[in-house]
Design a protein around this ligand. Sequence first.
Ligand code: ARG
Length: 462
Amino acid sequence: MATMQDNQTWSGRFNEPVAELVKRYTASVDFDQRLALVDIQGSLAHAQMLAENKIISEQDLQDIRRGLAEIENEIIAGDFLWSLDLEDVHLNIEKRLTTLVGDAGKRLHTGRSRNDQVATDIRLYLRNEIDNIVGLIKNLQSALLDLAQHHTHTVMPGFTHLQVAQPVSFAHHLLAYFEMCQRDAERFIDARRRVNRLPLGAAALAGTSYPIKRERVAELLGFEAVCQNSLDAVSDRDFAIEFTAASALVMTHLSRLSEELILWMSPRFGFIDIADRFCTGSSIMPQKKNPDVPELVRGKTGRVNGHLIALLTLMKGQPLAYNKDNQEDKEPLFDTVDTLTQTLRIYADMIAGITVKPEAMRAAALQGYATATDLADYLVKKGLPFRDAHEAVALAVRYAEQKGCDLADLKLDELLQFSALISDDIYGVLTLEGSLAARNHTGGTAPKQVEIAIARARKLLS
Ligand code: ARG
């Protein structure tokens, strides 16, 4: 006993101090100190409930409040001394509280365990982050709309299989990402409901013998409900996995957009330019301007996807209830939050700084017979079955290709070789503008529809 360090919380039970290497291996304070302020928030609510139910005295509560306020100031000022000997954020704060206010500090942990404490902290932390992330997604959506607003008539080739398919407007293309972002935000808002439940009161795993009022703590902390089963409350991290899955999907969507930005910025496309402040040069090739930010977003997506797999794997083998494995949830989670929030912030700025080159988009849309479907649809409207129209147009495309011109460049008597149903009015149909305007229904690329879509999207953001 005499060999024990007096700052070890459970020293009474042990014959020798923990090995130095093990101490470092098991400690989490280096990274979980990020939870310090929500840890204090949770402790304040717990202490208030304990006092309201006469489990601790009113004086204890006053002392705890005074001590935690001081600790909070120290942490914010960067003056708090974190100790590896005290393992994690929870024990560091509790120890400091006891130093500051004495016995009241030692009473704070009545009816509580670090198991329900840490689960509460992560939920408080994630709740804040979700609110922040939803705001950041909205900012990005606004940037997409601001750019789209100017390009409802800017025609670009729409692709399938990365081959020119049909003309679309650049605005329409951007709005596809607005929709992805909208679902991303919905996913976070939905996951928040399951994050926002209180584990405290579950104590170590079975609940506690003190007359606690969990609903009161939930109310004080703004939780929508309490976790209904104590074993589940302390052990499952499905809410963190859901959060990471939602994050991985945002990153995946932004990775797709990044891939497009990179292609579009290549001189082979030349559709856009990304502002210099988001690019870097080459140390050897003087002419280079590289789209580093979208490339890194694409790369960092792998990192967040990896965190999702890490958390799923962390959970899958755990018997009920709490296991120390769960301490490993924090770094993937924190890195997911950091990566996602930085990405969203930078992305909104980058979208706002894009220069569009409509002539290059238009020239690309004019290559590749993007209006061939329009010619087929025209023949169908004149009575030809679609399969026959498809075949007639395929032959016309082959003919134009051999001539090295576009369908719209063929003379009427040339076109008549492929169908007698074609007349002069075909030329309005074969233009890019005609093709766009024809797709005039909800979700279509007609400028009129896209303007309606932008207005609807703006309303969703307000
Ligand atoms: N640092 C731990 C974690 O992050 C806190 C809970 C530890 N509980 C325990 N009985 N060892 O999960």
